[in-house]
Design a protein around this ligand. Structure first.
Ligand code: BTN
Length: 325
């Protein structure tokens, strides 16, 4: 943890109290001059720090910076977020966490970036990632499950993110197979999960998630060929990114523990409850044909189950699902 994060940690634990320069220097084993330098750099980052001659320093207000110390502070999780890394700017959090995984990063490592210069979406698309507004986050997991079951973790993260949107932002978000989250038909979040595995064994899974929180209409690229939205656009209210992220990580942790103990069944049920196309007639547009039927659920390997008019249940592995009627 950086010295800056450790000072912020001290301020957070001693909320509203003044900390003397002497105290900070003793606790962190740094010189008084180094303390002053850190306070100065925190102020430059936008932190309001009050200084009183006889009492020391007090943190009055923090900017919306997504610092790892803020995310980790008070986070009630067992596996996820044991190591939280936050960076101002990166190419792609998924690409970087893969490098960290190769260097032996622990399960539950969370990497967040304020901005991505090469954010990746599914099917080789770009993921628009401007600074100061959204969440771009990758989480490293090392589940002991067969390779074919890895898509179950995509549903797990979609459930955690959708429930967080609904609980924290009072939205009616729902999941769209395979891994989108929509509000009133517009995409608010996308998941890009990747893994490293051999024939039978998973080495690690990366859960990548982008959630449009405080993005404004003019920040979306013009060439986007699907409707997109953000929490701010939907509710008119900006979201506290730290609070949102903490709630999401806590839900993810809770469901991951449940998944380890009880398997996929509870997550499948939650996902199906959050899917507004369940038991609805849909058209599945695939590369060479379009199939129609009723959505009846998801399978253990991530396939969408669609019942056709002859009663047969088709397993859909790829395609775009659109409501009929
Ligand atoms: C999609 O819907 O196409 C998936 C978008 C996934 C975007 C997230 S943002 C954090 C992580 N890092 C990336 O480069 N992509 C994912």
């Amino acid at each position: 943890m950086s010295t800056r994060d450790r000072i912020l940690g001290l301020f957070r634990t001693q909320k509203d109290a003044y900390l003397s320069g002497q105290e900070i220097s003793a606790k962190l084993n740094i010189s008084r001059a180094a303390v002053w330098k850190q306070i100065k750099s925190l102020r430059e980052l936008g932190f309001t720090i009050d200084a009183k001659h006889s009492q020391g320093y007090r943190l009055v207000a923090a900017p919306d910076l997504l610092l790892s110390a803020d995310v980790a502070h008070g986070l009630k999780t067992k596996i996820i977020g044991g190591n939280v890394i936050s960076v101002q700017e990166i190419g792609s959090t998924n690409s970087r966490i893969r490098e960290l995984a190769e260097q032996g990063a622990q399960e539950g490592t969370v990497l967040i970036a304020d901005r991505q210069s090469a954010g990746r979406g599914r099917l080789g698309r770009r993921w628009e990632s401007p600074s100061g507004v959204n969440l771009y986050c990758s989480i490293l997991l090392k589940p002991q499950i067969p390779v074919q079951q890895a898509p179950q973790l995509t549903f797990l993260s979609a459930v955690a993110a959708t429930e967080t949107l609904n609980q924290v932002c009072h939205l009616s978000a729902h999941v769209k197979w395979p891994n989108d989250i929509l509000v009133k038909g517009a995409k608010i979040s996308g998941l890009l999960n990747e893994m490293n595995a051999e024939t039978e064994q998973i080495h690690y899974v990366i859960l990548g998630i982008g959630i449009n929180l405080n993005m404004t209409t003019d920040q979306f690229p013009q060439e986007l060929n699907y409707p997109a939205t953000s929490v701010l656009i939907e509710t008119g209210k900006p979201v506290d990114r730290i609070l949102f992220l903490q709630t999401f990580l806590e839900k993810l942790d809770q469901y991951y523990l449940e998944f380890k103990q009880q398997g996929f069944a509870p997550i499948r049920k939650r996902w199906e409850n959050l899917c507004n196309l369940m038991n609805q007639k849909v058209a599945v547009v695939q590369q060479s044909n379009t199939l129609t039927g009723t959505v009846v659920g998801i399978d253990y390997d991530g396939a969408l189950q669609v019942q056709c008019s002859d009663g047969q249940i088709e397993r859909i592995l790829a395609g775009d699902v659109k409501p009929l009627e």
